[in-house]
Design a binder for this molecule. Structure first.
Ligand code: UTP
Length: 450
């Protein structure tokens, strides 16, 4: 106990000592064990401030280069898929507080007409890809202690949405203590810390600790297509993305969007000195966000919608070096155990961010995408009116309308009607072109293709 008390005192957590001492002996065990496992020094360390002097644009395959080299990238990416060198990793450990669902966000019924869940949609994209290439593409799903049991049973109840048993791999991320405004750990109960999942960046440490990264290495997987559960349009069958990674021998490829306007609230892919990194809008002043380079281009031009393609050997080398993404604090109202009851406390949530791996990359490249083709996030409840189920369904329906128009179908939808194309019918516009049998020349109301 002496060592633990010393650590707690030196990291400003001495208020936990009387908490331990107040517990009967038999309830101390798990609490003390958890306190010992936490890196209190890391929690106490302040974030390193930004040096904006050397910020420049990252190397980005923009839409022009993408169009010019599409055949080259696609061919190489397709070969990687065919060789079994690609896996998909979906992070689904978040608490989904803004959506306010009493279940993991992936269980939300997002299908405009089918009511299919987000998990079904994402899993069926991997299923469709696997069928197309004739081999099972691994789908790794990161859960957190807050979503793990419900996620696993949801997939089990739905027969893994058709995925094979060893194709679908769950692993669970860690947690970190939430802190009060003075940086002191909060309690969730008299004998339990208040903790939150350690952020999407926790997927790196959890991938390593769970043995899943080594399994990918052993299987000859070279590239991980990283997606977040709540972007319903994110593609997983993306030979251009994988092709850019392969052709450029990239440690990471980050998809980027040309910002709608300089003040758009996104993270930005930029080069700082020799390395790329993502800088959140919250870290920038308005002047910085509007800064232009000598050619008059916005320095913070490329927004990140949180889609990456990671090199497995890069991740394995980082694991070898014992790398761990840093913690970031964000101010949140938290529900904590205070003086014998639960109370709302203004405090800090600590999280690791996946993009903090980017500065470790020797070769990092951006790939410009069309926003409306690939990005429809479900963050908020419909009452908020943006980045919510209603807007995501509308974006999906609009995309499917463009896919059908490309097959020569006239689409003339009333404002409240939706199109829905299940990934098992067609997961990409190329799938649809292959599959389309000309069954209708014109669509003027709800249509579900499944
Ligand atoms: P967000 O940062 O949008 O958080 O996650 P969230 O938990 O979904 O929602 P709020 O902020 O509580 O309302 C972006 C993606 O990262 C995953 C989420 O599941 C989502 O896919 N994530 C986030 C994790 O997997 N673990 C985390 O600890 C945090």
């Amino acid at each position: 106990m002496d060592d633990l008390f010393k650590t707690l005192r030196s990291s400003g957590q001495d208020h936990l000592i009387p908490v331990i001492e107040s517990l009967p002996q038999e309830r101390q065990g798990p609490f003390v064990e958890r306190l010992r496992a936490i890196d209190w020094q890391e929690l106490a360390a302040p974030e390193v401030p930004l040096d904006d002097a050397a910020v420049a644009q990252s190397r980005v395959v923009d839409r022009q280069e993408r169009a010019q080299r599409a055949d080259e990238f696609s061919a190489v990416g397709e070969r990687a898929y065919q060789d079994g060198a690609v896996a998909v990793l979906m992070v689904a450990g978040g608490q989904g507080t803004r959506l306010g669902l009493d279940a993991p966000k992936g269980c939300f019924p997002i299908g405009a007409l089918s009511g299919a869940s987000i998990y079904q949609l994402q899993a069926e994209k991997v299923l469709a890809l696997s069928r197309r290439i004739g081999r099972a593409v691994p789908l790794l799903v990161m859960t957190s202690p807050m979503t793990d049991a419900q996620t696993r049973s949801f997939f089990a109840e739905h027969q893994r949405f058709g995925l094979a048993e060893d194709q679908l791999r769950f692993f669970c991320q860690g947690t970190v203590p939430s802190l009060d405004a003075d940086g002191r750990a909060l309690l969730a109960a008299p004998d339990r810390l208040l903790e939150n999942p350690d952020g999407h960046g926790g997927c790196f440490t959890a991938l390593v600790a769970s043995g899943q990264l080594q399994r990918l290495v052993d299987e000859g997987v070279r590239r991980i297509v990283y997606i977040q559960v709540d972007n319903i349009l994110v593609p997983v069958d993306d030979p251009i993305l994988v092709g850019v990674a392969e052709v450029e021998s990239a440690d990471v490829v980050t998809k980027v969007l040309d910002k709608a306007h300089p003040d758009e609230k996104v993270g930005h892919l930029v080069r700082v000195g020799e390395r790329d990194r993502i800088i959140e809008y919250t870290e920038l002043t308005a002047e910085q966000a509007r800064m232009r380079d000598d050619d008059g281009r916005l320095v913070y031009r490329w927004g990140s919608p949180a889609m990456h393609c990671w090199s497995v050997s890069f991740l394995a080398a980082l694991a070898q070096d014992g790398f761990r993404p840093p913690l970031h604090r964000s101010a949140k109202p938290l529900k904590a155990w205070r003086e014998g009851a639960m109370a709302t406390v203004e405090g800090w949530k600590n999280e690791r961010f996946i993009f903090d791996l980017i500065p470790q990359a020797r070769i990092s490249i951006g790939l410009e995408i069309e926003r409306d083709d690939e990005f429809a996030p479900v963050k908020n409840a419909d009452s908020q009116g943006s980045d919510c189920p209603a807007t995501a369904r509308r974006l999906a329906s609009d995309l499917f309308a463009r896919w059908l128009s490309a097959q020569g179908v006239v689409v003339d939808l009333p404002p409240d009607a939706h199109l829905e194309i299940s990934p098992v019918f067609a997961a990409t516009v190329a799938d649809l072109a292959q599959r389309w049998d000309g069954r209708s020349q014109r669509v003027d109301g709800d249509l579900l293709l499944r």
